[in-house]
Design a protein around this ligand. Structure first.
Ligand code: 5GP
Ligand code: MN
Length: 334
């Protein structure tokens, strides 16, 4: 039976079997990891550790310093620093498709078995064992269920890992993915000692000076389509350099166009290298930005999605905005 037909309980059971039967695991999340990606990585590490399994946590890039307070975060190895070893058991978290794993997939053995744990509606069910629930606010929410299924003993450390994924992927419990279940789980985690105020201050309120410098420059690029329902910002490599910014300093920029009254789709075009742009999209209406992202080979969620597109900036803007206009015609609120 294909995993898509399994109930969530059956998926949990299969995932437990997968984890219990393997050893020497590689735990990986997506390139440019966000709060949910890092939280989910360390939560799986924590589970494997508590089961006495051997494991390595790896990412294509570095773990952003602001997540270093999490249990195990400093043990996540950058792929370029990893020793030459291939893994037969892989647990991929928060990765909607195989490409999102990036260069870490070079460390997979030929006979690799992959567990795919994720909450993206666009997940394509790569791998051998699946734990996928598109109505979960974060992959960390699914890991909460898995940890409960294993009957682990909760403490402040692991609760803080799960809470961090929930907090960041719900934008501080504000986005539409903030369900009653999310609030029940969060409440439970607070009982285990999570410091909610401190985490919100650290993760959501504080911004770096490079972020502010980048914001100053980037707001000058603000542009709208004809009916002002689509709005975008552009970040050039030179802006990154001159602001002293790294990828983590980009976080939150795409909210500025999205939050403007009347705007339904906000977009950020970020130059990654010459003629390669990372496109981040956010929706404030029924318009489904994951469909636009999928058109360009990316994916994501209804209200937050992304893709990478090659070409000249003005051509890319024209074609992405055109797709966004089509999506508004098909599905927008007006
Ligand atoms: P962001 O714009 O913050 O990079 O990503 C927003 C959402 O879209 C996240 O859930 C992220 O995982 C997903 N996403 C971003 N870029 C890509 C991509 O290139 N491919 C896929 N499948 N998902 C993406
Ligand atoms: Mn996520």
């Amino acid at each position: 039976m294909s995993s898509k037909q399994l109930t969530y309980d059956e998926q949990l059971q299969r995932m437990k079997q997968f984890i219990e039967s393997g050893d020497d695991f590689l735990v990986v999340s997506h390139v440019n990891p966000d709060g949910d990606a890092i939280s989910s990585t360390v939560a799986v590490g924590w589970l494997l550790n508590s089961l006495g399994k051997s494991y390595t946590m790896m990412n294509e890039g570095p773990c952003p310093a602001k997540f270093h307070y999490l249990w195990g975060a400093r043990d996540i190895i950058e792929v370029s620093h990893a020793e030459a070893h291939k893994y037969r058991y892989v647990i991929a978290v928060d990765c909607a498709d195989y490409q999102r794993i990036g260069k870490v997939s070079e460390r997979f053995a030929e006979d690799v078995k992959i567990a795919n744990i994720d909450h993206h509606a666009t997940n394509d069910y790569y791998g051998d064992a699946h734990l996928i629930r598109a109505d979960a606010a974060a992959t960390a929410e699914i890991l909460y269920d898995l940890l409960e299924y294993f009957g682990i003993e909760w403490n402040q450390e692991i609760a803080t890992c799960i809470y961090t994924g929930l907090l960041t992927d719900t934008g501080g419990f504000r986005y539409t993915n903030t369900t009653a279940k999310v609030m029940r789980v969060a409440s439970q985690l607070l009982d285990y000692g999570v410091q909610a105020g401190e985490l919100a201050e650290h993760l959501l309120e504080r911004v770096s000076k490079p972020h502010i410098r980048l914001l100053q420059r980037t707001l000058n690029t603000l542009a709208y389509n004809a009916d002002h329902r689509i709005c975008w910002l552009t970040v050039h490599l030179s802006d990154m350099e001159e602001s002293g910014a790294s990828n983590e300093d980009l976080e939150g920029l795409v909210s500025y166009p999205r939050n403007i009254e009347g705007v339904e789709i906000g977009i950020l075009f970020k130059e990654v290298q010459e003629e390669v742009y990372k496109v981040s999209m956010r929706s404030s209406s029924a318009a489904d930005v994951s469909r636009i992202a999928q058109h360009f080979g990316g994916g994501g969620h209804l209200r937050a999605a992304g893709c990478t597109v090659r070409g000249r900036l003005d051509d890319i803007i024209r074609s992405v905005v055109q797709e966004a206009e089509k999506e508004l015609m098909a599905n927008g609120s007006a």
